[in-house]
Design a protein around this ligand. Structure first.
Ligand SMILES: *[C@@H]1O[C@H](CO)[C@@H](O)[C@H](O)[C@H]1NC(C)=O
Ligand SMILES: *[C@@H]1O[C@H](CO)[C@@H](O)[C@H](O)[C@H]1NC(C)=O
Length: 340
């Protein structure tokens, strides 16, 4: 046990210092890999891998859903081409958000505040070898225990390359500023989130509030949205450490211009996109993506309200901070922003 942990640590250290050379193509499987995949029997009904079903499948007609996803892939690829500099290579550190399902051949890049708890629950059902039936029987906090799921950075370089080439890679994205407001509400306006208040709230108040009370300095419990915005835009913030994953840009969490995602799911079409993936996986009909019944969900109107108090100067800078996510995932500039 201890030996294997040491082994893994050594491996992780080696990987961290290595650059992974990853050349693969997503839209057509290379013939050798295809042969290999065809010989494996996958658990889905067709016995095919989800990747194979997506690109070579014939049991689905060319549905509008398929066309939509193809357009999203093309748009992403065009935008990457236009807006990113020369392709850089992946490091193992870049792969910490890619959750692996070796049973079905899936890689899911999780983005907090985009149905990520429910996707992790579904991944636990898929990889649990029968341990769970219904995603909702898994408590939310269990879904975030790191040891319950494997991420791609834990694997060796050849194993990583193999999975990047042969597994179906998917991601879920959301309107960037709506995601940001959702993160703010969840982490700074709920009294139970004391860890975030201590870790980030106290710093934000110390730096971005004039005449803070001793209680606010001590507890960090009442960060205002505009103070959070000042924190995000302060050059010092990212010089000190990377953004927390709840407000880090999808572009930086999941590297969509290097990892070629096969399915770009959107929060705005969550149910359809989730069912499409489960259908490709051939998951037992029993697995249903949990539907949210929350009525307090952050939507466009609520997001607009939060931006009423932010001056055009800061709106513009904040938009620029998240601009890549707008461009890559085809979100339009919100009408409530004053960018001129
Ligand atoms: C991009 O967004 C626009 C406006 O919402 C939409 O009309 C268009 O179909 C989208 N394109 C793709 C490829 O999704
Ligand atoms: C947002 O606000 C507009 C106008 O105030 C209203 O018509 C619309 O129904 C609201 N949308 C949601 C999702 O609440």
């Amino acid at each position: 046990m201890r030996k294997s942990r040491v082994h893994r640590m050594v491996l992780a250290t080696c990987l961290g210092s290595l650059i992974l050379v990853i050349f693969y193509f997503q839209s057509s499987l290379n013939p050798a890999a295809e042969d290999r995949i065809l010989r494996i029997s996958w658990p889905g009904k067709s016995g095919r891998s989800p990747l194979h079903t997506l690109y070579k499948g014939d049991q689905f007609e060319q549905s509008s859903l398929q066309a939509t996803h193809q357009h999203r892939r093309e748009l992403l690829s065009n935008m990457c081409h236009r807006y990113t500099r020369k392709r850089r290579l992946l490091t193992s550190d870049d792969l910490r958000h890619l959750v692996v399902d070796d049973v079905h051949g899936l890689l899911y890049c999780y983005v907090p505040k985009v149905a990520c708890t429910n996707w992790k629950r579904v991944m636990m059902v898929l990889t649990g070898q029968g341990k769970y039936q219904d995603p909702l029987e898994i408590p939310a906090h269990e879904a975030h225990v790191p040891s319950n799921l494997h991420v791609l950075s834990e694997y060796s370089t050849p194993e990583i390359n193999y999975r990047l080439r042969n597994y179906l890679k998917f991601i879920f994205v959301r309107e960037p500023l709506e995601r940001l407001v959702s993160a703010y509400r969840n982490k700074f306006t709920r009294s139970y989130n004391t860890a975030f208040h201590k870790r980030y709230g106290t710093k934000i108040i110390r730096r971005h509030r004039q005449d803070p009370s001793n209680e606010a300095l001590e507890r960090g419990h009442d960060v205002r949205f505009e103070e959070f915005v000042y924190y995000l835009l302060d050059p010092k913030t990212q010089r000190e450490e990377p953004f927390n994953e709840h407000w880090e840009r999808v572009h930086s969490l999941c590297h969509p211009c290097i990892v070629h995602y096969d399915i770009i799911g959107k929060y705005e079409t969550l149910v359809d996109d989730a069912n499409y993936i489960l259908q490709l996986v051939g998951a037992d009909a029993g697995i249903k993506f949990p539907s949210s019944s929350k009525t307090t969900r952050t939507n466009n109107n609520l997001t607009a309200k939060f931006f009423k108090n932010i001056s055009p100067f800061y709106q513009k800078r904040l938009f620029n901070l998240y601009k890549m996510d707008y461009l890559l995932f085809n979100y339009t500039i919100p009408s409530y922003l004053h960018l001129r």
